[in-house]
Design a protein around this ligand. Structure first.
Ligand code: ADP
Length: 533
């Protein structure tokens, strides 16, 4: 029975030690003020003394040694409470207000540290009753408990006062709450198991649970004080896991090896573990850093994209007004409003007119793209006959095709079912984009527009040209924003927006868009729309 109980205690104490070391490593590698790290480490060391010596006292079952161990374990307790006080005041950056009181408290703590082991005033003797350690208290034990109680009260009141203060930031308040939770667990566990049970009810065998609550207290403190590094759960988990495992291996080697071979093999494992642990933790760190950087870059890119869109929109807007004026005056001159003109002048002016129209289309595309992407456009959806718009667009490009000496044809299937549910002007834009490209990129041969049904529910428009064609590779990228086929850029004006916008619009009308093309032979740009019944 006894051995089994100690087996469990031994395991718990072992885990507490490993956790203690892991906490030290975690806090030490954290981003904290040095003084806080120092106090925390001292607190943890005192916890080791307290928990380990009290454990040893329970297991030795030899009066003199047991008495020494338990006295030493008790001797650090008052100082530990003083350290908690120092820790809280330093953490809250109010230690200057308590400078003299802190020094006085530390002196008192040291007095206890000396008095408890050297005299019988607090602990006079011990005895083992059925394997359970019982403490015989000295006449001044109340001084010990009184001291601990007073400092607990002080710690609680400082924390609560700062929690209530208006100028304490929300973040610090959360940390204070954690500290309060830790302190409460520690205080309640100690009051029950270390004070009430043994002193008032002579129940000694639960004593160790008071000691164990220390590690919970310290873990909560470590969590409470940890800065943003700890905010990432991956880092905490990895660091803690590695430090815990490392400490575990080390303690196991130091405490539970019986032969030299055992020490040697465990030492090898411990040493091998170091680079592994380091690698793991540093990789997690790196990954988190990279993630942060990527997030930041992404944010910047979005910002730049926004600025670029605004610029395009402003530039396009400013360009449109003069272009429209040019177009207006041109058609007036061509109509003879400004007097008669020679045939050659008319020819030149028609060229200018076509180029101006192309530029207006381009500027319109630049303006549209942002609006369509952001859903700022209002679609005027209605049922119309597709052939009507196709005809209009065909007539608009007749002149241009003629001037380039291109054969230009329109084939419409007889008894065509072409009722579609679309925005008339927007769909007209798509067809114009196809035709504008076909005339732009075709030098010889011709352009044929084909309008026919594909099955009973779909109507398909094809704009087939005998132009330069597009490679398979580039066909895939064609409908992307700002994409222009490499070899042709510079030779023609364009923004690489026409097909992108066309795709957005056709998809909006629940249709499909695509291209079939062969370099050198020509291209077939098409779209299909569902026929509305
Ligand atoms: P833009 O014509 O303003 O550059 P588009 O989005 O309309 O932009 O077209 C993208 C690219 O696709 C063009 O730059 C051109 O290289 C290529 N392209 C489009 N239509 C044709 C076509 N009929 N024949 C050959 N290449 C074409």
């Amino acid at each position: 029975m006894i051995t089994q109980a100690f087996g469990l205690s031994r395991l718990i104490v072992f885990i507490i030690n490993a956790t203690g070391i892991a906490l030290i490593i975690t806090v030490f590698s954290g981003n904290l003020r040095k003084i806080l790290k120092l106090i925390f480490i001292l607190m943890t060391v005192f916890m080791f003394i307290w928990v380990d010596l009290a454990f040893l006292a329970r297991v030795v079952e030899e009066n003199n040694l047991g008495l020494l161990y338990i006295k030493l374990a008790w001797s650090v307790t008052p100082l530990l409470f003083v350290l908690v006080f120092c820790f809280i005041t330093v953490f809250l950056r109010i230690s200057d207000n308590y400078k003299y009181f802190s020094i006085f408290s530390i002196v008192l703590g040291f007095l206890f540290l000396a008095m408890i082991p050297l005299t019988g005033l607090v602990i006079s003797d011990i005895q083992y009753v059925n394997g359970t350690l019982e403490i015989l208290y000295g006449d001044f034990v109340w001084l010990f408990f009184g001291f601990v109680f007073v400092y607990t009260l002080i710690n609680f009141s400082i924390l609560i006062a700062n929690l209530r203060k208006k100028d304490t930031s929300a973040e610090i308040k959360i940390r204070i709450k954690y500290l309060l939770i830790g302190l409460t667990i520690f205080f309640v566990a100690n009051s029950i198991f270390n004070l009430a049970a043994p002193v008032f009810f002579s129940v000694f065998h639960l004593y160790e649970f008071g000691d164990y609550s220390l590690i919970i207290f310290l873990s909560i403190i470590a969590y409470a004080i940890s800065t943003n590094r700890f905010a990432r759960i991956e880092i905490v988990t990895a660091t803690f896991l590695v430090s815990f495992l490392g400490s575990f291996l080390f303690l196991d080697m130091m405490l539970f090896s019986e032969t030299f071979e055992q020490i040697a093999s465990k030492a090898i494992i411990s040493v091998l573990f170091i680079p592994f642990g380091y690698f793991l933790v540093s990789n997690v760190h790196k990954e988190i850093e990279q993630k942060k950087e990527l997030e930041e870059l992404n944010r910047k890119l979005k910002e730049l994209d926004q600025i670029k869109n605004e610029f395009i929109s402003v530039a396009a807007h400013e360009l449109r007004a003069p272009l429209t004026a040019v177009k207006g005056y041109l058609s007036m001159i061509l109509d003879g409003d400004a007097g008669t003109i020679t045939d050659q002048t008319k020819d030149f002016l028609q060229d200018i007119q076509l180029s101006t129209e192309r530029m207006i289309r381009l500027v319109n595309n630049m303006l549209d793209v942002g609006r369509i992407e952001e859903g700022r456009i209002v679609y005027n959806l209605e049922d119309i006959n597709l052939a009507e718009i196709v005809n209009t667009a065909y007539n608009e490009f007749k002149l241009e095709a003629e001037r380039k000496n291109l054969e230009f044809r329109l084939d419409v299937q007889s008894d065509l079912r072409d009722r579609v549910h679309v925005d008339r002007d927007r769909l007209h834009e798509v067809i114009v984009n196809f035709l504008s490209n076909a005339t732009k990129y075709t030098e010889t041969g011709g352009i044929t527009m084909k309008l026919f049904n594909k099955g009973s529910k779909t109507v398909r428009l094809e704009v087939v040209d005998t132009g330069m064609g597009i490679s398979k590779e580039e066909q895939k990228k064609l409908f992307r924003k700002f994409y222009r086929v490499k070899s042709k850029v510079g030779k023609t004006i364009g923004s690489g927006l026409g097909l992108y916008i066309s795709k957005l619009l056709i998809e909006k009308f629940e249709g499909e868009i695509g291209v079939d093309s062969e370099p050198g032979k020509g291209s077939n740009f098409w779209f299909e729309l569902p026929v509305s019944s």
